[in-house]
Write a protein that binds this ligand. Structure first.
Ligand code: GLC
Ligand code: CA
Length: 559
């Protein structure tokens, strides 16, 4: 909980460690690789790194199933090496945030092992163990009808205990019982451990799922995925847990917290992030703007709907204005690559730059996901056997039943989050310069063209565009603190917004199409008199107080 406001001016770089950079040549990204790349990260003009989980884990969900909260996975290094990374990051003025995953642990965590050893184990109540129900003809049924997000039903039977445990995600991710004060004491202990080591804050994984409705009631209508949501998402208990963590631990440190919150609206987010004495999180990660080409889950695909995306961004911008602070992002390890989704692979540089400015110039803290800054695109793996992620396999299973295998495969190619998990493309040498040996996961074959080294050498590259955008943002009170106002919300080809601050105005014009469209600025905004700050084309003609926008054209004017 930062009582200072540094988090409002920072930009954050997200590392998904397995695919960032392999420093010791075993094909898996690690902290040696991160050490090598700290100067690169700093050169992007970001101010902090968020590490997706670095802890020991059997990798049922690639690190989001933690077997030891106070150590580092041997694939990535050890605590000693982590301390060095932290120190070297701090030397460069980069803060470091850890991923706090306490809705669930791994089933290989000693707590869970103990909890399943006996009903009277002191750890039994660390998790949600419940007896089954009796169905027709005495058939054993799970305690309720909830379904998980990752692997079928939400309950797993243990014959030794004759009880079921709850898992909202994969079977190997049992939900921790946060209503147990002992579990909360463990969480506070984990927080203190990392803060005392010098870490600067946390991204809190599915934190809004940590409270479950007492009695764990059945939920109707029954959905094949995440059934029971209304009983496990944004329950009032979550706020109390977060307040306890704040009061007893976080308020004693100058640290930052951002919560992750699937299916949370701006109004609900305000419960947690409204500034003042009720604030229990600095920011909340929104999902609504990531649903402009899908419905509820990335797999229920719909044609990209610009108005839906604009409405989502604007809703959070307006509602949080003067009250809370936004977390801004368009990519992370859970979503397909943005150029392949909201932009165009035919115009990767143009659409990549436009998308960058589109979100970074809004009010909030921008997060940039590894590889986004060079415009990495979807790999589109063609066969299910090539996928490693538990959620991709679950989606394939569900959607091939509903739509057939071919259609399910197409959906995965477009939507799977593994599209964002291919090794970072550092140069055009073997394995994209990610590793000296065969990487743990497929490299996108476009690495010979799309890579960091090539873009370093090109002043007009997407990489250098990100650098100047982030440097400008940092030095501009207008972008940092100015008011946001959307223009032409009903327009189907442009996302246009204004930022204003102390008599200065910024006009951000984003063209979302591969075919030309005419743009006309409002009469009180004379483009010709403005100063063009950012654009993705070299020449700029006018047509009245507007212009004919070329494919994915971006223009940012200071007026
Ligand atoms: C969050 C993480 C995701 C993970 C899930 C379960 O949504 O971002 O990667 O699979 O939680 O921990
Ligand atoms: Ca390695």
């Amino acid at each position: 909980m930062a009582y200072t406001q540094w988090y409002k001016e920072m930009a954050v770089y997200q590392i998904w460690p397995r695919s960032f950079c392999d420093g010791n040549g075993d094909g898996i990204g690690d902290l040696w690789g991160v050490l090598e790349k700290l100067d690169y990260i700093k050169s992007l003009n970001v101010d902090a790194i968020w590490f997706s989980p670095l802890y020991p884990s059997p990798n049922a969900d690639y690190g989001y199933d933690i077997a030891d909260y106070k150590s580092i996975h041997p694939d990535f290094g050890d605590l000693e090496l982590f301390r060095r990374v932290l120190e070297e990051a701090h030397k460069r003025g980069l803060k470091v945030f850890m991923d706090l995953v306490v809705n669930h642990s791994s089933d290989e965590h000693p707590w869970f092992r103990e909890s399943r050893s006996a009903k009277d184990s002191p750890y039994h109540d660390y998790y949600y163990w419940r007896p089954g129900r009796k169905g027709p003809l005495g058939k054993r049924l799970p305690p309720n009808n909830w379904t998980s997000l990752f692997e079928g039903g939400a309950w797993e039977y243990d014959s030794n205990l004759d009880e079921y445990y709850l898992h909202l995600f994969a079977k190997k991710q049992p939900d921790l019982n946060m209503s147990n004060p002992k579990v909360r004491a463990e969480v506070k202990d984990i927080l203190r451990f990392w803060l005392d080591l010098g870490v600067d804050g946390f991204r809190e994984d599915v934190i809004t799922f940590t409270g479950k409705a007492p009695g764990l009631p059945n939920s109707y209508p029954k959905l094949p995925i995440a059934n029971g949501m209304k009983y496990f998402s944004n329950r009032p208990e979550v706020y109390d847990y977060l307040r306890e963590f704040r009061d007893e631990v976080l308020s004693g440190y100058d640290c930052f917290t951002v919560g992750e919150s699937p299916l949370t609206t701006a109004d609900i987010a305000l419960r947690y992030v409204t500034e003042g004495e009720n604030k229990v999180l600095d920011e909340m990660i929104s999902f609504s703007h990531m649903e402009a080409d899908c419905f509820m889950t990335d797999m229920i695909r719909r044609p990209f709907d610009l108005k839906k995306m604009k409405r989502a961004f604007s809703e959070w911008q307006y509602k949080l204005a003067g009250r809370g602070w936004n977390a801004l992002y368009i990519e992370n390890h859970d979503h397909a690559r943005i150029i392949s989704r909201y932009g165009s692979e035919e115009y990767p540089a143009e659409s990549g730059k436009m998308l960058a400015a589109m979100y970074i110039l809004q009010r909030g803290t921008p997060f940039i996901y590894q590889g986004q800054e060079i415009g990495m695109t979807n790999i589109r793996l063609p066969e299910i056997g090539m996928y490693k992620d538990v959620a991709s396999h679950n989606n394939y299973r569900i959607f091939s039943k509903l739509l057939g295998k071919k259609k399910a495969m197409e959906l995965l190619q477009y939507s799977s989050r593994e599209n964002a998990r291919t090794p970072v493309q550092w140069d055009s040498s073997a394995n994209a310069g990610f590793s000296s040996t065969r990487p743990w996961f497929s490299v996108n074959p476009n690495y010979t063209a799309v890579n960091v080294a090539a873009q370093e050498a090109d002043p007009g590259s997407l990489l250098n565009f990100y650098r100047s955008l982030l440097s400008y943002r940092k030095s501009s009170p207008l972008v940092l603190y100015g008011e946001y106002r959307e223009l032409y919300p009903e327009d189907n080809s442009f996302y246009t917004y204004e930022r204003s601050y102390q008599g200065k105005r910024l006009l951000v014009i984003c063209h979302f199409s591969s075919v030309p469209h005419g743009f006309m600025a409002p009469a009180d905004m004379e483009l010709i008199k403005g100063r063009l700050l950012f654009s993705n084309y070299k020449t700029h003609s006018f047509n009245g107080n507007g212009f004919i926008a070329r494919p994915w054209e971006l223009r940012v004017y200071e007026l």
